[in-house]
Design a protein around this ligand. Structure first.
Ligand code: NAG
Ligand code: NAG
Ligand code: NAG
Ligand code: NAG
Ligand code: NAG
Ligand code: NAG
Ligand code: NAG
Length: 444
């Protein structure tokens, strides 16, 4: 009985092989393949597969798959695919009709062997498609899945390395762009695995600073770029050179700010990744994104806080009053998409810190101040510039004025008014025009 079935099987495979051979001579004739047509029609498929099923069912399965029948099956598959990735996908779909897991596995394995012979194996996107289809099918041996996955990861990594080896910051890499785009539809873990290989390779050959800078020019989704920067930050290679630490830190912050500058950052990037990004920023800057409410105070005088003056609608820098000094932060973007901030009084609940336009800001008088900062119902946007030890606040509309305070000449009794100076005079009045941001979320 077994011998009889085996004979049938060999005959069936032989016939199939003949068909395959006669058509593989023209590799572009994929659509006219008789084998595919036969396999595609339900009756003959079942006939062929049935014989194989019976045979593998009765004999030692593992032995059979290693034996002549399995290699026959492989040669059927290989002659059928004959280097054509698309035909490979059709065979993959047909494998679903195999009646035993063993047969399916033999088809998958033969198919992968064949596809590795084709040049297309170098295109990670094709491997990913194949992997996705395999993962979707049942009965694919886990070891095979793992193999295909590894091929995809390492091919992707080789592609992604290219931009890190170029000296140009203006070169474009369309294949890298399309790989990253395709990856937006897959689990973030794929990218994580790819980046690990990429960083292994590029950090062995390039300086950390150059790697950080090149990464700054990548185009990808905000989530991908956030992940890539955070993953790079975790590499011990970045901490090796203490002398370069400052430059490296600044370059990394540039990368992260470029992400924060995107208006959709908060919607697109999920909270835990965002928190990790914020945590890399100087504390003043971090608070503008993470604190519920902030206070703004003098850097050196811990009892001089910005809030509405006791008697006028001007803004003062007066003694600590946590209630009145607490401001909610509103974040926005100017029309060139840079971030801007508005400060809404948590105490009055209907007023912002507002700067009225000042003609002085554009005049050429020097060392002049303007008292044009009020507590008002209208929203008023500020541009925050991060300094060593604090921040300075410029009016976002013109960026010609900077918020300053502390000069007693401009105080009036109890009211220690703040004022603006021309932005161009910041350097001469650095201490007057640098502020500290404090977390006042707990102020009630
Ligand atoms: C292969 O098939 C294509 C499409 O059927 C045909 O145009 C072409 O001439 C064939 N080539 C050979 C070498 O037979
Ligand atoms: C398989 O059969 C379907 C439906 O009959 C047909 O549309 C398709 O072109 C066939 N595919 C091949 C490779 O013969
Ligand atoms: C790459 O980044 C640098 C620094 O931010 C920038 O000046 C340059 O325009 C960027 N190049 C491209 C092609 O975006
Ligand atoms: C952006 O806004 C500024 C100030 O409001 C204006 O001068 C400039 O023309 C605007 N630019 C664009 C591209 O809309
Ligand atoms: C600016 O300064 C120049 C010379 O320093 C003077 O001639 C000019 O009138 C000034 N302009 C204004 C608007 O004050
Ligand atoms: C404040 O807003 C009101 C209503 O939008 C407007 O009429 C008024 O001119 C604004 N005032 C300032 C100082 O911008
Ligand atoms: C902070 O306080 C010092 C000392 O009083 C003063 O010189 C400086 O101008 C103040 N700075 C600000 C921003 O208020």
């Amino acid at each position: 009985m077994a011998a009889c079935v085996l004979l049938l099987l060999v005959l069936a495979l032989g016939a199939v092989l003949d068909i395959g051979d006669s058509f593989s001579s023209n590799s572009s004739s994929s659509s006219s393949s008789k084998l595919l047509a036969v396999l595609n029609a339900s009756a003959p498929v079942n006939e062929v597969l049935f014989h194989i099923d019976v045979w593998t069912g009765e004999a030692d399965v593992a032995g059979a798959l290693r034996g002549p029948a399995s290699s026959n099956l492989e040669s059927v598959i290989r002659s059928e695919v004959s280097g054509d990735w698309k035909r490979g996908q059709v065979v993959l779909q047909l494998a679903n009709q195999a009646r035993t897991p063993e047969l399916k596995q033999a088809i998958y394995t033969g198919l992968w062997k064949e596809l590795q012979q084709t040049k297309q194996i170098y295109d990670p996107l094709k491997i990913l498609d194949f992997y996705d289809q395999l993962a979707f099918n049942s009965d694919v041996p886990p070891a095979l899945l793992q193999l295909v996955h590894q091929a995809f990861i390492s091919r992707s990594a080789q592609l992604l390395e290219a931009p890190f080896y170029t000296n140009s910051r203006t070169a474009t890499f369309p294949l890298v762009d399309s790989l990253l785009h395709r990856l937006t539809f897959s689990a973030l873990d794929y990218l994580r695995d790819i980046l690990e290989l990429v960083y292994d390779a590029v950090l062995a050959l390039e300086t950390p600073l150059s790697v950080v800078e090149r990464l700054g020019n990548f185009t990808g989704s905000l989530t991908q770029l956030a992940l890539a920067n955070l993953q790079l930050l975790q590499r011990e290679e970045l901490t090796r050179d203490e002398a370069a630490a400052d430059t490296l830190g600044l370059a990394m912050q540039d990368n992260l700010r470029r992400l924060l500058d995107q208006p959709s950052f908060e919607q697109e990037v999920e909270a835990s990744l965002r928190q990790q990004i914020y945590a890399q920023l100087p504390s003043d800057e971090q608070l503008l994104y993470t604190a519920h409410k902030v206070c703004i105070r003098n850097v050196t005088d811990s009892n001089a806080y910005i809030y509405e003056c006791p008697q006028t609608y001007l803004i003062c820098s007066n003694a600590r009053d946590p209630k009145k000094a607490a401001y909610y932060i509103q974040r926005g973007h100017s029309n060139d998409s840079r971030p801007q901030f508005a400060f809404y009084s948590a105490f009055w609940r209907n007023r912002y810190i507002l700067m009225e336009p000042s003609p002085l800001a554009t005049s050429n008088t020097t060392n002049a101040i303007t008292k044009n900062v009020y507590s008002r119902a209208n929203i008023s946007w500020w541009r925050v510039v991060y300094r060593k030890g604090g921040v300075s606040l410029y009016d976002a509309a013109t960026e010609n004025s900077v918020l300053c305070g502390g000069d007693p000449i401009h105080f009036d009794g109890l009211e220690r008014h703040v004022y603006t100076r021309k932005a161009s005079e910041f350097a001469a009045h650095r201490e007057e025009c640098t502020w500290s941001v404090e977390d006042c979320s707990d102020a009630t």
